[in-house]
Structure formats: structure tokens, C-alpha cells
Design a protein around this ligand. Structure first.
Ligand code: ZN
Length: 205
């Protein structure tokens, strides 16, 4: 199964991809995280992505090549964070046959509520004041350091990220809808319910 998941920030894509990886052996390929690691490790790709983050075309080319390298020879995976643009969706069609595209659908106010309650620790732990509260107020359960909010998770930034997401991905969504492989998922439900919905749609013909 070659799957793509598309959804705004805070729609729970990450948790679902992890579940799918664990239970159905689909390799989770989170492009955003992969690029962050490349930049952090200062690799050739990392340097290029960083230095040309203004030049969209060049960046597309580098990202396409990276994706090609990662998915080559793999049969079971979930692409997350790619394709973001129509040109990328078309490129992907040249190298593989996509089986399903899951679109995570969630009201904007719920995204804001979820993300603005997210707090992280330097050790990598993530908390949510709504669903995964730390035992002691804003302190990491594991290492006792003070938790903080990512700049990305502040309300104004969240709103901007959602707008950008809507603008960028609309043509991609339309593209897959026309190909009749787009499946909408109501991701405002619980993690378990969302997972069951995906599973049902995964094996339906
Ligand atoms: Zn910690």
C-alpha cells in the first residue's frame, strides 16, 4: 500500500501515521521531520534546503529527488508532508502508483484549541494541556525541565500556517479527488475512532 496523508497542522496526522506504522507495518515518511534532520545534521541536502528556501523551483527539485531516494523499492509506506504542490503530485505519479490519499478534515477552531495547548520539552517529550497533561504544572515528567511552547504553536502563527496550508494544498486535493483516490477522514474524533475509519477505508474497494 502506498498512502499519502494530507491535513492541516494539528489534525493528528502524526499520531495516525505512527499507529499505521506500528499496526499495519506501513513505513511513516514525514518529510518535514526528515528535512529538519537534514538541516540539523548539516548534510548536503540540508544545506541546499536551507540556503535556497526562497527558490521554490529549486527546492521542489531537491525534495523530489530526496523522496524518490527514500521510497525507491518500498511497497508499503505513508507519505506525510509531501506532495505539497501540484507539480510534486505529478512528479510522484511518474515514479509510483498511489493507492490512497487520506484527507484529514478538522474545523479550524479545533486545530487552534489543540495546538495552542501543546507544550514541549527540550528532551523531546510532547504534552498537551487538554489530552496529555504533565503531572506537575508545565514541568516535564521525564526530566523535570520547564516546558515551553513552540513558536509554531502560538495562535497567530497557527492561523497563518492554516491559511498557507489551505492555499498550497487545494490544487493537490482537487487533483487526487479527480483521480478518485481521495478519502476524507473526520479527524476531530478520538485517535482510536480516526484510526478505525482509516482502516475501513484502506481495504474498501
Ligand atoms: Zn523533558
Amino acid at each position: 500500500m502506498k498512502i499519502i496523508i494530507i491535513g492541516p497542522p494539528g489534525s493528528g496526522k502524526g499520531s495516525q501515521a505512527e499507529l499505521l506504522q506500528k499496526k499495519l507495518r506501513l513505513k511513516h515518511i514525514p518529510l518535514g521531520e526528515i528535512l529538519r534532520q537534514e538541516i540539523k545534521k548539516n548534510t548536503v541536502i540540508g544545506k541546499k534546503v536551507k540556503s535556497i528556501s526562497m527558490g521554490i523551483l529549486a527546492q521542489d527539485y531537491i525534495v523530489d529527488k530526496l523522496i524518490n531516494k527514500i521510497i525507491k523499492g518500498r511497497d508499503n509506506f505513508i507519505l506525510d508532508g509531501y506532495p505539497r504542490r501540484l507539480a510534486q503530485a505529478r512528479y510522484l505519479d511518474k515514479i509510483i502508483k498511489v493507492d490512497r490519499v487520506f484527507l484529514f478534515d478538522i474545523p479550524k477552531n479545533l486545530i487552534i484549541k489543540r495546538l495552542s495547548n501543546r507544550y514541549v520539552c527540550m528532551c523531546g517529550e510532547t504534552y498537551n494541556l487538554l489530552s496529555k497533561k504533565p503531572k506537575k504544572n508545565l514541568t516535564c515528567d521525564k526530566c523535570k525541565k520547564k516546558l515551553y511552547q513552540r513558536d509554531d504553536d502560538k495562535i497567530d502563527v497557527i492561523k497563518r500556517r492554516i491559511e498557507l496550508y489551505n492555499k498550497q494544498t487545494k490544487p493537490v486535493i482537487d487533483y487526487y479527488r479527480r483521480k478518485k483516490i481521495l478519502f476524507k477522514i473526520d479527524s476531530s474524533k478520538s485517535i482510536e475512532n480516526v484510526f478505525n475509519e482509516i482502516k475501513n477505508k484502506l481495504y474498501k474497494h
